[in-house]
Design a protein around this ligand. Structure first.
Ligand code: ARG
Length: 588
């Protein structure tokens, strides 16, 4: 067990001894300002408060029962009743030795594994994936990696948009204006073209719109020809998706698109009507406000000119078609029944936040008991902006296609890499450029707080200095070059003893111990940017260590001990980047 977990476990025992009725599991230990120690707990103060005890007295009583002498220096009671813990150097060194032997990499598997469904990426069929998809895909993938490494059970599900009114127009376009040669050449571009042509046609000409509607009705009724064209469109789109996911290294356990839930939609609307969760209004069916929330917090109300008016979640249109919410209710029901998750995470941009608020409330009214058993979270995120502060577009004002963006990332990285490594073969430079270019784009997207919009800047994300992927990848490769010079491998430098003397060595060693804490915080708060910042700090602490403590020139025991620090840094960097979906190269 890692030292902070040991402290936490023993602290909980001491708290139980003093306050048998307290919920000791909530007594947590967190890293703190090094001024005060390495770890701190503030939990005793709230325990004292609800019991009207003197918090410092409670702290004194708990410390009297607390046995952490093997892990910490003397425990300090501070301020209004904080406990501060400072790790014993021997405990720190022992933790590093165990890590260097491969017993752990500074994180533990979750004591109570959870089942987590992650709904992410979810592009729409017959449309190109664009730059915006990097957000949901990257954040969702990083979350699935973190949950998995911590030992949780993850079910990733790509909820692709493969059903809906757009297929009426697409079918009409396919039947009347399909260019087979173009479909061969670039299927998605051709589908996009068809949609645009027919859409414009329908806008100008109501009879065309009627024809498109008829195609949709036929599709929904199971018409053989329309079903087979529709399936072909999905197949062609999936090829595009798979190519991009392959490049990005993203995998899903399931791709259950919207159409999968079709058979249940009618029954669900009937059920919602019968139970009074939904009602009819102007021919449509919707879920409305129940008036229990203050209007400002009620997603079923909008303010129009100072007045609160109904903004229902529609589940059936007046023409009988079903809505996005209906499908999402069916999806939620299916996921709960099939996988019994503790949590479902929806990684979808913030523009859909009202949709998810309505969805979660509607589901709660529909199935209150099932809703109690699951935590539903919308993991929202902001927009990508161009350097002009407006949504990121190509020079001609079109949305940036994801494939083009990744190509450009690799091309630009190739230029940078070629300047730095003129002596390396072109094939090797291409491979480094692939890793660096894709890493740069992903990292730049994961680094900001996900809810803020961020500015897309090639120069910034591809820089080898600053908080970027290339900087971290370079830090990794540099450590690998130390091992090449030392003519030993990381695996060979397992030692029995590590001696930490210089303050830079100690700071680096202590930072290792925060790796698992960071991963756990991500699993709680769903913020991969915590890991970016952790790794950036790690690289910084490694640099100060390396600048102040000679490694290869040190005498034997010290050299071995310091090589372990190098090796552990490389391993944590590699594992950390991998959790962000970013690769490393051994040499660059
Ligand atoms: N396909 C949808 C879109 O592009 C995103 C789906 C997100 N997932 C969900 N369960 N609603 O907007």
């Amino acid at each position: 067990m890692l030292p902070h977990k040991q402290i936490e476990a023993r602290l909980q025992i001491a708290v139980r001894a003093v306050l048998p009725d307290a919920d000791a599991a909530n007594v947590l230990v967190r890293p703190c300002d090094p001024k005060f120690g390495d770890y701190q707990t503030n939990a005793l103060m709230s325990l004292a408060k609800v019991r009207k005890l003197n918090p410092r007295q409670l702290a004194t009583d708990v410390v009297a029962k607390l046995d952490v002498a093997d892990v910490c220096e003397k425990v300090e009671i501070a301020g209004a009743g904080f406990l501060n813990f400072r790790l014993k150097q021997t405990a720190l060194e022992a933790t590093l030795v165990a890590a260097s032997r491969g017993e752990h990499l500074f994180f533990d598997k979750a004591a109570c594994p959870r089942t987590v469904v992650i709904d992410f990426s979810s592009p729409n069929v017959a449309k190109p994936m664009h730059v915006g998809h990097i957000r949901s895909t990257g954040i969702g993938d990083s979350l699935q990696r973190v949950f998995r490494v911590l030992g949780h059970r993850v079910i990733s599900d790509n909820h692709i948009g493969d059903w809906g009114t757009q297929f009426g127009k697409l079918l009409l376009g396919w039947k009347q204006s399909l260019d087979h040669a173009e479909l061969e050449r670039d299927a998605i571009a051709e589908l996009e073209r068809l949609y645009k042509v027919i859409n414009a046609d329908c806008d100008a000409n109501p009879s065309r719109l009627e024809e498109a509607k008829q195609e949709l009705v036929k599709l929904q009724a199971g018409d053989e020809e329309n079903i087979s064209i529709w399936k072909e469109m999905i197949r062609l789109s999936q090829i595009q998706f798979d190519t991009l996911y392959g490049r990005l290294g993203v995998k899903f356990d399931h791709t259950l698109g919207e159409s999968f839930y079709n058979p249940w939609l009618g029954g669900i609307v009937a059920d919602l009507l019968a139970s009074g969760v939904a009602r009819e209004s102007e021919g449509a069916v919707g879920v409305f406000s129940d008036g229990k929330l203050p209007p400002k917090e009620d997603p079923f109300l909008v303010n129009r000119d100072g007045e609160w008016v109904a903004d229902p979640a529609l589940v059936r249109k007046s023409d009988g078609g079903f809505n996005y919410t209906t499908t999402d209710l069916a999806t939620l029901d299916y996921r709960l029944k099939t996988w019994k998750p503790d949590e479902i995470l929806y990684v979808v941009d913030d523009r859909q936040s009202q949709h998810f608020k309505k969805l979660f409330i509607a589901f709660n009214r529909w199935q209150p008991d099932a809703a109690k058993k699951v935590k539903l979270v919308h993991i929202g995120f902001g927009k990508i902006l161009g350097e002009d502060g407006k949504p990121f577009k190509t020079r001609s004002g079109d949305t940036v296609k994801l494939g083009d963006l990744l190509d450009e990332a690799e091309e630009r990285a190739f230029k940078v890499v070629s300047e730095k490594n003129a002596d390396v073969t072109e094939a090797a430079r291409k491979e480094i450029a692939r890793v660096v270019g894709l890493g740069a784009v992903k990292y730049a997207d994961l680094l900001p707080n996900r809810q803020s919009d961020y500015m897309f800047s090639w120069d910034k994300m591809l820089a080898f200095s600053g908080n970027t992927a290339p900087y971290l990848q370079y830090a990794y490769a540099r450590i690998k070059s130390i091992f090449r010079k030392a003519e030993v491998s990381g695996a060979e430098c397992q030692v029995s003893g590590i001696a930490l003397r210089a303050p830079e060595e100690i700071a680096l060693a202590k930072h290792f111990l925060n790796f698992g804490i960071t991963l756990e915080a991500i699993a709680e708060e769903h913020r991969p940017n915590f890991l970016c910042n952790y790794l950036f700090e790690l690289a910084g602490k490694f640099t100060s260590f390396y600048e102040n403590c000679p490694v290869l020139k040190a005498e034997a025991a010290e050299r071995a001990s310091r090589l372990v620090l190098c090796d552990l840094t490389a391993r944590v960097l590699k594992q950390g980047l991998e959790l962000l979906g970013i690769e490393v190269v051994e040499q660059m």
